[in-house]
Structure formats: C-alpha cells, structure tokens
Design a protein around this ligand. Structure first.
Ligand SMILES: Nc1ncnc2c1ncn2[C@@H]1O[C@H](COP(=O)(O)OP(=O)(O)OP(=O)(O)O)[C@@H](O)[C@H]1O
Ligand SMILES: [Mg+2]
Length: 274
C-alpha cells in the first residue's frame, strides 16, 4: 500500500516565476524508506517542505500530494497542523533551527506533544524521558532544562528523534539529518534512525548526500537533478546498475567519499579500543 503519493508536483517561485521542481511524481510504500539524492539546489528540500506544506508563501506548488489517499494540498492550515508532527514528522539538518532559541528544549517538546495528545503531566514526562533514554540521551531531565545553544548538534538531532518516538508519525521526513554532525555523531544518529524504523515501523523519506548512509537505510532511491527526477529504483539495483550517466557519476564519486568515512570510523574505533 502507498502511504504517500506525490503526483506531478510542480514548485515555482511566484516572485520570479522560476520553476524549481517540475513534474515530480513518486510513491512511498508503507514501512519503506525512500531516499532522495541529487546535487545541491536540485529541489530536494523544497519537495519535502511541500509535503509538510511548510514552504515560504511565495513558493507555490501544484499537483497532488495524497497521504493515505487524501490530497493534503487541499487541506486547510488547521487540518494540516493536525497532520504535522503527529502523522508526518520532520527531522531537519540543523537542530538549532528546529527549536525555539528563547526557551529550554523541554518547552518545545511538551508544547508539541500537547497539541496532539491529552496526556497528563506525569504521563507526558514519562514518555519523553523514556524516548530520550532510548536514543541514548543521558540525564534527560537536565537536558530538558537546557536551551538549544547549550546542546551539541548530535544531541539536538537525537532530541528530534526522541520527539518523533513519542509522536510516532507514520512518515518521518529526514532532510540531511547528519550533515551538520561530526563523524561519530553521524554514525550514532544513523543508528537511531534505523532503530526507530524497527521499533515503530514508520515509513521514511531520507535526503542525504551520503550514499553510504542511503545504502544502509533506504529501500528505494530517487535521483533528482535541476528539479526533475533523473532516475529511480531499488537501492540495490540503483547502486549496482545505475542507468543514467548522472546517477553513475553520483554513485562513483559519493561512494569514494563514503569509503573515506568508513576508514575514519575504523581508525576511530581502533583508537577507542586501545
Ligand atoms: N525560500 C526560497 N525562496 C526562493 N527560492 C528558493 C527558496 N528556497 C530554495 N530556493 C531555490 O530552490 C532551489 C532548490 O532548493 P532546495 O533547497 O530544495 O535544494 P536542495 O536539493 O535541498 O539542495 P541542498 O542539497 O543544497 O540542500 C534552489 O535553486 C534554491 O535557490
Ligand atoms: Mg536541502
């Protein structure tokens, strides 16, 4: 069953009339992970924000985006805010931007959860702490009382995953969730994303420049270039026999980068085990 169906999505800048994404169609199967890869500026983030209906007002979109058969582009903002977080969650690249800088992170978590559930204070606290512990955030109460700038990028990323564990959305959109992190934190966040899928059975859209991560988590891959889909297929097939020259280029250069990543990881493990 398709949980999400994107049909003929077109995105343009109403200020300049520039078409940013054209005729983008793809499906996300229940329980599956779809990776979107492609060069910088190819429209990956705008596509994801279109699904959440979170693009800037001058960024317009047409086409259909069906979540469980319902066209979400036709929904009112009120109805859409009930879907965001609870049914479709997003984990972004820069954790610092996802949290309100003027309050401690616990406030954001509690407010977001309270929008969707009628839990009492104790119940909510238990769920938050349990989720934080399961993504290896030690001393959760202390962390909940910290401001975003007091936490590392890896910790903020894990806070977003913990929030998703509490809300249990059917779809998680992770837009370069590891790009801003150092190698060790990247490795850990990827593990947490993988474990979240195992635990909740959620579907995932993963945007990543790191094809090593894509290979590890994704079932299917969509390759974008200049706002259009170049190629799509199962992860295995695409890596083994990329058809389009752009995909072949991407696979060859990015895998070279990934093996560099692996080498650094191995070296770090050796040092840690000494
Ligand atoms: N708020 C905006 N207003 C106008 N144009 C925008 C806006 N955000 C993005 N764009 C343009 O849309 C195009 C696609 O941007 P998008 O952020 O989706 O790319 P991307 O594939 O996610 O790139 P990256 O890999 O660097 O994150 C870019 O050319 C960008 O300049
Ligand atoms: Mg992007």
């Amino acid at each position: 069953m398709n949980l999400l169906e994107v049909e003929q999505l077109k995105i343009w800048d109403a200020n300049t009339n520039e078409i940013i994404v054209s005729n983008n169609s793809f499906h996300l199967k229940q329980g599956s992970c779809l990776a979107i890869v492609g060069e910088s500026g190819s429209g990956k983030s705008l596509t994801c924000r279109a699904i959440m209906k979170l693009n800037k007002p001058w960024i317009h979109q047409s086409g259909e985006i069906r979540f469980k058969g319902e066209d979400i582009l036709a929904l009112s903002e009120k109805k859409m805010s009930k879907i965001r977080g609870k049914h479709i969650g997003m984990i972004v690249q820069n954790g610092m931007r996802a949290f309100d800088p003027s309050s401690v992170v616990g406030v954001h978590l509690r407010e977001t959860i309270a929008q969707h559930f009628d839990w009492n204070k104790k119940e909510m606290e238990e769920k938050i702490i349990h989720a934080m512990e399961s993504v290896m955030l030690k001393n959760p109460i202390e962390i909940l009382n910290k401001y975003p700038f007091e936490l590392s990028g890896g910790m903020l990323q894990r806070m977003m995953i913990a929030l998703a564990l509490v809300l249990e959305p059917e779809i998680i959109i992770a837009d370069e969730p590891t790009t801003a992190l150092d190698t060790i934190s990247q490795f850990e966040v990827v593990e947490q994303l993988r474990r979240m899928r195992d635990r909740t059975g959620c579907s995932m859209i993963l945007i990543s420049h790191d094809l090593g991560i894509v290979k590890k988590i994704a079932d299917e891959v969509l390759v974008m270039k200049e706002g259009a889909v170049m190629e799509r297929g199962s992860t295995q097939t695409l890596f083994a026999e990329a058809q389009h020259p752009y995909t072949q280029y991407l696979v060859s250069t990015r895998l070279a980068l990934s093996s560099h990543f692996k080498k650094i990881m191995e070296e770090r493990m050796l040092i840690a085990n000494r």
